[in-house]
Design a protein around this ligand. Sequence first.
Ligand code: BGC
Length: 807
Amino acid sequence: MGRPAWIWAYEGYDPEQERLREALCTLGNGYFATRGAAPETHAAETHYPGTYVAGCYNRLVSSVQGRDVENEDMVNLPNWLPLRYRLRPAKAPPGPWLHPDHPYLVEHRQWLDLRGGTLSRRSVYEDDLGRRLTVEQDRLVHMGDPHLAALHTVFTAEGWEGELEVVAAIDGDVRNRGVARYRELADRHLTGWETGTEHGSTVWLRCRTVESDIQVALAARTVAACGPGADGGEHPAEPEQQPRAVQQNLLLPLGPGSPAVVDKTVALYTSRDPAIGSPLRAAVLAVDRAPAYPALLASHHRAWADLWQQARLEVPGEPGRILRLHLFHVLQTLSPHTAELDVGVPARGLHGEAYRGHVFWDELFVLPFLNLHLPEVSRGLLDYRHRRLPAACRAARAAGRAGAMFPWQSADEGREETQQVHLNPRSGRWLPDHSHLQHHVGSAVAYNVWQYCQATGDTDYLYGNGAETLLQVARFWADRAEWDESLGRYRIRGVVGPDEYHDGYPGAERPGLDDNTYTNVTAAWVLSRAGELCRDLPGSRCGQLFEQIGLDPGELSRWDDIAHRLYVPWHRGVVSQFAGYGELAELDWAGYRARYGDIRRLDRILEAEGDTVNRYQASKQADVLMLGYLFSPRELAALFRGLGHELDDATWHSTVDYYAARTSHGSTLSSLVHAWVLARVNRDDAWTYAEEALTGDVADVQGGTTEEGIHLGAMAGTLDLVQRGLTGLDTRDDALWLSPASLPQLSKFRVRLRFRRHWDVDLRLRAEQLRIAVPDSGRPGVRVRLDGRTYVVEPGTSRWLDLPEDA
Ligand code: BGC
């Protein structure tokens, strides 16, 4: 039997899986998110409730092996979920507090309704005397009003009557304890708790973050109705204040045919929110004004319906179900509300504490998808980077460089937040972390500026903030590139590429590698685009911009020279990941697989053995192959030609094979990129990688990492694999360029795009044909380029196009 397309369900309760399910059942709205934890429980080994507001960070200093290290974390905020209950049967002592781990649990099911954005649970408890309690609970984090959330619970008794004792709380006594590897680090980010009550039905808690001094306030209103049809009138809740928590206590009459309904409505504000006086006043007013649950649910559903309309991607079968879940989580992390905030793309969503809520280069896998659905969100995310351009320029200056050096890990201020040391859980050793040398993140920012402008035609942005960002990144690369007389080439030395297993040459004193091909080719691309942009800029803007950033027009010819003469190393007929990669030892892949089974985290395995992955031709993730992800084959060949190399199909195919055989896929981004690149070269094994990318989070392929937060880049990347990877969609020169690739297992799909002035371009791929429909709009038609021909699809019409034979 097929499974309902919009329902993501779990049957039964499995403590082993609980943290994973919590991450995958997180509800959010771009402003805040709450893990799908059971409201009956506290943080413990099995459960980890977590609530995170986008961009709410705090710094703490920890002592690690006698050394002070500072980390900035996305803060776990007070838990608004708690709702505990126990039976008080007539003429009998109260029963135990019930929760999923209690042996009285006899039935449990939970499911996400992806269309409506709710998490539901149905649990049945039965005690030794056959007294049953059924608990049906729906939860929402409101997509329309980003400050609201609600918990709607219906209790039904069978085989007993008496009272149900219910406690609904806000628990401020929380820490950042979600990631086992960070447990030795300071975790108490909140302080200054205060609690209170407001006209009986509302309680509140406020506190602030220790160092960033963000005020946080939550208010909750709990109302209960009992009796047949739950219309026997409201039952008052008794408030109770504690130093770090506040709760409402209820005693509800319950009996067969006489259920009780408890509605808890919550509001959450921080001092960073606009248009408020104080967060506390805003939160109390918001719960007071919030309508009863049915109306709240209806407006929440409407907001989701709008969103699904803007982000439509339909793929049949199981892959389609997983892709819908991915889209759901992408939209819950980056919604239209995000566009109003000063936040970036958190690598692990708002779903857990891994990577501390930091922003890496993962937006490279997210924005190209969003550009064609929610471009204002992309623009908001680009603004996050632009606001931190001065910080990136300061970082470059501090390193003795020109231009902008964006941090590998970014959080609130835009300074480098990469941890100084990381723990290898296998060896128990803390090791220096050199991943901040991944300066290629700057090219990702520049690439996204360009892609956004191509997809939307937003020249205001391109000539404004976009140009400032692009030029400063170009400038950094121009400054980083040093001329090597003996090679007759420019070189960029001492960096780390996307494969962060290689952070230095074996035995070298200093970290970093030379001539990372991905870094150099993307730098050449940035320099070329920046030069192109300078030629296109309206004269007055050009002069103003050059003056503003102190750029001498003479620099442009050097940029052009570097863009054509950056060094790209080769060995044995393939592109080298970096200079010297081909001389590293070959790893005994079969031996290691036989010994360890899962060798994705080869870095940890080798380090624990007293060895280092730096000695081997063994990569964590796609590095050279990332070029095939970012650039179409035509564009990539042109880029290489510009650098004086011939990258014909045969050479690219050998390069793909070479690295596919030497990659351990220690990052979820890796299988995604391999699926994309292999599909584009028509390889049968593309599906193996696509499957791994699709199941990466739902099956927790990286073994225990998803419970610490979803992999947002990989989730969005799988959506883009369909949208752009398999259609070969490129948005250039005001046209949709299509060049479909074949992946038989994903050969039928439909996607609705927002392309420049057109809101609903409908793209459908089926068998050997592609259909494009453009809604009636009175605007000029959409230009489509396919197989060397141009078609114009007029508004109000659709067109079937035959795919080229080799697609
Ligand atoms: C990957 C990076 C990625 C980061 C955050 C790491 O494991 O190697 O490429 O940016 O995770 O998702």
